[in-house]
Design a protein around this ligand. Sequence first.
Ligand code: ADP
Ligand code: MG
Length: 263
Amino acid sequence: MTTQLKLLTGKREAGIVPTLEVTRLSKVFKTGEGPVTVLRDLDFTVGKGEFICVLGPSGCGKTTLLNLLAGFEKPSAGKALLNGRPIQGPGPDRCVVFQEDTLFPWLTVEENIAFGVNGVPKKEKQEKVLHFLDLVGLTPFQDYLPREISGGMKKRVSLARVLILQPQILLMDEPFGALDAQAREEMQDLLLSLWNQFHHTIVFITHDIDEAVALADRVLLMQKDPGAIAEETRVRLPRPRERTAASFQDYCKALYQSIKKPR
Ligand SMILES: Nc1ncnc2c1ncn2[C@@H]1O[C@H](COP(=O)(O)OP(=O)(O)O)[C@@H](O)[C@H]1O
Ligand SMILES: [Mg+2]
């Protein structure tokens, strides 16, 4: 079957056309002590506009998976297709948000957001930047340097500077992991509201069960040694999700039990 045909017929999930198709994806690193299989035979699809959380313990290979999807690393076996084409390197269709700050310390908030926007007339660029500053609630801080704003605000800048590039897929590696609980929740809510507006596809990595239940359409649970997808959970909770609701906590408990399950 051609990939095109498969896209139309074979791999639909709940009526969603897959944008990302990962098939038997494996990654082996060569180390001083010999080859180490970090990921083995990952199989999953992500539908267009879907919000996926990859949940797993530290060291299970989440960042390695994200690096493969971003095109920063090459698979040892298997493949990852984006819209039917193999991912062979980084591309403008994918943007990555890391846990660490990657803002330019010498540029203002506004200049950081504007940095990657090229090929548009100056006026249009300026309007776009102001719009994205407003979307993430940073208009009053546009002239501040990164060292003059809080961790949560830096995350807002990081989000704005990738969203302004209008990527098809947002790859996020524990982006809110270093924030305090309140700032993390605010960022989760902001991300959901932006996702509602832009409908981009999101692969969001986390080791936080509550975060996964708050955000995801589907949670892919990873196990380690070697990293693999152990289970998949569709979160059938309406949005906005009430974190204290019994139904929310039921999902958290079920995921917790799955993580603890001996494999
Ligand atoms: N370039 C590399 N060479 C060798 N081992 C690596 C390399 N990158 C990651 N690893 C190993 O792969 C495992 C998974 O790492 P990582 O993907 O960072 O996990 P996670 O993000 O889930 O914490 C770890 O044991 C790590 O030491
Ligand atoms: Mg990691």
